[in-house]
Each structure stands twice: as structure tokens, then as C-alpha cells.
Ligand binder design. Structure first.
Ligand code: FUB
Length: 380
């Protein structure tokens, strides 16, 4: 099957530069370090990741292309995990081998923590010299029953399928530090082609994992391309609820049986393309996702992490030069932010993307105001 990402035309949308306050009025902004009365930045020097140097936002060095942001907030620090585009100009597919980590305590200054995971950290992954196929991911934190912090890295990579079929799978790797090293406790993917074969046929349908842990401790994995699925996780966060298996002498899983696993398909999200991301704000569950192609950012709301999801509309239009956009919405220091990617660096494009961030402002009824990319030059 032909990957539509290779053949769809790139429709460019014009991007107005403006900043909208919580009350909906425009305010004058002089630069990326402008703050609001709560001392949180309102405009950003997008894209926020530019250089593969210790201080990626300010030092001149080698340009790095990053995509697919996933945010984890721990105390006063945002851990922003990204994929890494290494394709050359003019080529027409992804070239992605590793996952990068960037941290910040103010959303403006970012530290480069380097590579924290590679596709080859999964024994079953089947990268080659063309691409490692290290697609989008999500990282979460949870303390185990002894109070020890553990970090769970859910990643999309190709390989690990029954009968060696070509296809993307979702794996998980665990670490005692947000900076890794992460190791695969399963020795096999969490989500395989066979798990969703009843719904779709394309080999990249099982991509873009996002995990949400609800207030009651129950955890859910969301993922998909052209179709959103979700499944509840066991409390260990590395097995699907109801999944049974045996282990070999190294503790790796064998004989996986999913006959008691309930994989749920969601059909109420118009133009669902990929990149679901669930978060909760003021008792409302928000699901942002990439819609259509080229992608916009759309969202839905619910009273529960398991839906039903009510579609609420588009909050960001397609961005110039890139077919994908990949949202992540998260709270930090009392404000809500949206991370996504554009093609804003010199030489940028659909396979040479760059991570951006902007503030999210809510209406009184909990709906989200349209979000427009800000930049260093944002002004009235
Ligand atoms: O980065 C590779 C793929 O492109 C991601 O998995 C999708 O979300 C899209 O951004």
C-alpha cells in the first residue's frame, strides 16, 4: 500500500503572527521572553529547538531537526522528548533513528540532554541504513509500590511482527531516570499488526502511542493512524490489561495471548489522522490529535478518559512546508501549553521538522481558543 504521506500535495497555509490573551484581546509582544502577569511566557522563539548544542535555543551550531514532541512535567521541569529527523533535502520519506530529550524550567531556555533511546534498543526493531523508523513516542512517570520513580518510554518502531511481516509496532522501555538508559522489559512489542487487523490494513496503522494515567490510577494507551484505538494497561504499565504470556529464562515474554484484551476503536473523531494526546484540565478530558492531511490540530472533550469523545473543532491550521503537525497539550506551572512541529528552520520540510510550543487559552466553557504560532518577532 502506498503511504499517503508521500503522495499528498503540500497545501500551504498562511500563518498570521499574533498573540491572544485569555480574554481574547491582542497584546503587544516584543519577543520570546515576554511574560504574562503570572510570569509565564506568552510568545516563543519558534521553533524552540534549533541547534544540536548544549543550549539549543541560543548558541550557533549544527542545526537539528526535531519532531513529534511529548512532554512530561516533573516538579519544576518540563522534559520534552522529540523524534529526530535526519533526512536530506529533497528526499521523500522519514529517516529517523533516535529520540532526543530537552529540558526547561521556564519554557524559554532549553537544555540538550542528547539521545535517550534508539530504535536498536528494542532487540526486535528492524531498522536499516535507510531509516531506523523511530516514529513518535510518549514518556510518562510513575512511582512503583516501593516509592521508586520509574519512567516509561512508549515508542513506535518497525519490526517485531508475527511471521516477520513489515509493520510498525509499539514497544515500551523503562528507566529509573528520565534521561535513561531505557531498557525493554518485554522483549517484544506491546501492540502488533494482528491487534488491529480487524479494522485497518496499512502497515503503519499502529503508530503514535500516548499514555494517560487517570486520577484513580488506571492507565490507558491511545494510538493509531487513520483510526484511534485505546486499551487499558495493567498497573505495571508494560502489559495490556488481560494480556497473558509466559516468560523465558531471561524474563522476556513468550506465548503472548490477547484473547482477554479489549482493544477499543473510536469512531467519533472527524478526519482522525494520527498523534492522539490525552490530558485533563479542570475536570475535563481533552484529546488533541492530528486531523486531515496536510494535518491540522483538532480536539475533542470528554467526562472520562474512556470517552465518549465530543468533537470540538480545529485549533491550529496546517503549517507551511510540512504535512504533519503532531500535538501534545500539557500543564506547567499553572498554564497550559501546546507543543507541535513545523518546518520553520532553514532547509525544513516534511521530513526535516522542528518542534514548537505555544500557550493554550480556554474559553469559560472549557473550549480552546484558536492557537496561532508565535515567533520572536510576534507583535501586535
Ligand atoms: O515522525 C514520524 C511520524 O510523522 C509520526 O509518528 C507521526 O505522528 C507524524 O508526525
Amino acid at each position: 500500500m502506498i503511504n499517503p504521506k508521500k503522495i499528498m500535495p503540500i497545501v500551504l497555509a498562511s500563518v498570521a503572527i499574533a498573540v491572544v490573551t485569555a480574554c481574547g484581546t491582542k497584546v503587544r509582544q516584543a519577543g520570546s521572553n515576554v511574560t504574562d502577569p503570572h510570569d509565564s511566557p506568552t510568545t516563543f522563539d519558534n521553533p524552540i529547538i534549533k541547534y544540536d548544542t548544549q543550549d539549543p535555543t541560543n548558541q550557533v551550531g549544527d542545526i537539528i531537526y526535531t519532531a513529534d514532541p511529548a512532554a512530561m512535567v516533573m516538579d519544576d521541569t518540563v522534559y520534552l522528548y522529540t523524534t529526530h529527523d535526519e533526512q536530506s533535502v529533497g528526499a521523500d520519506d522519514y529517516r529517523m533513528y533516535d529520540y532526543r530529550l530537552w529540558t526547561s524550567t521556564d519554557m524559554l531556555n532549553w537544555k540538550n540532554k542528547g539521545t535517550v533511546l534508539r530504535y536498536s534498543d528494542f532487540d526486535w526493531a528492524r531498522g536499516n541504513e535507510t531509516t531506523g523508523n523511530a516514529y513518535a513516542h510518549h514518556v510518562i512517570h510513575r512511582k512503583d509500590e516501593t516509592g521508586k520513580s520509574l519512567y516509561y518510554f512508549y515508542a513506535t518502531v518497525e519490526g517485531g511482527q508475527t511471521d516477520d511481516e513489515f509493520g510498525f509496532a509499539i514497544g515500551v522501555a523503562v528507566s529509573e531516570s528520565p534521561e535513561g538508559p531505557f531498557t525493554d522489559p518485554r522483549g517484544m512489542p506491546m501492540i502488533l499488526l494482528e491487534d488491529t487487523a480487524a479494522y485497518k490494513e496499512h502497515s503503519w496503522r499502529n503508530i503514535d502511542p500516548a499514555v494517560f494515567i487517570d486520577d484513580d490510577g488506571r492507565a490507558y494507551l491511545y494510538w493509531g493512524n487513520k483510526q484511534l484505538w485505546w486499551v487499558e494497561l495493567e498497573s505495571d504499565l508494560i502489559h495490556l490489561k488481560g494480556e497473558s504470556y509466559t516468560v523465558d529464562e531471561n524474563g522476556k515474554m513468550q506465548n503472548r495471548d490477547t484473547s482477554n484484551v479489549k482493544i477499543n476503536a473510536v469512531d467519533t473523531l472527524p478526519n482522525f489522522e494520527e498523534a492522539p494526546y490525552v490530558s485533563k484540565h479542570n475536570d475535563v478530558y481533552y484529546l488533541v490529535y492530528a486531523a486531515g492531511f496536510p494535518e491540522s490540530i483538532a480536539y475533542a472533550t470528554s467526562k472520562s478518559a474512556t470517552g465518549p469523545w465530543q468533537y470540538q473543532g480545529i485549533i491550529m491550521d496546517p503549517l507551511p512546508g510540512t504535512t504533519t503537525i503532531h500535538p501534545a497539550m500539557f500543564d506547567f506551572k499553572g498554564e497550559t501549553y501546546l507543543a507541535y512541529h513545523n518546518a520553520g528552520l532553514p532547509g525544513g520540510g516534511s521530513y526535516r521538522r522542528s518542534v514548537c510550543v505555544d500557550r493554550v487559552y480556554f474559553n469559560e466553557d472549557g473550549t480552546i481558543k484558536p492557537i496561532v504560532m508565535t515567533s520572536k518577532d510576534s507583535s501586535e
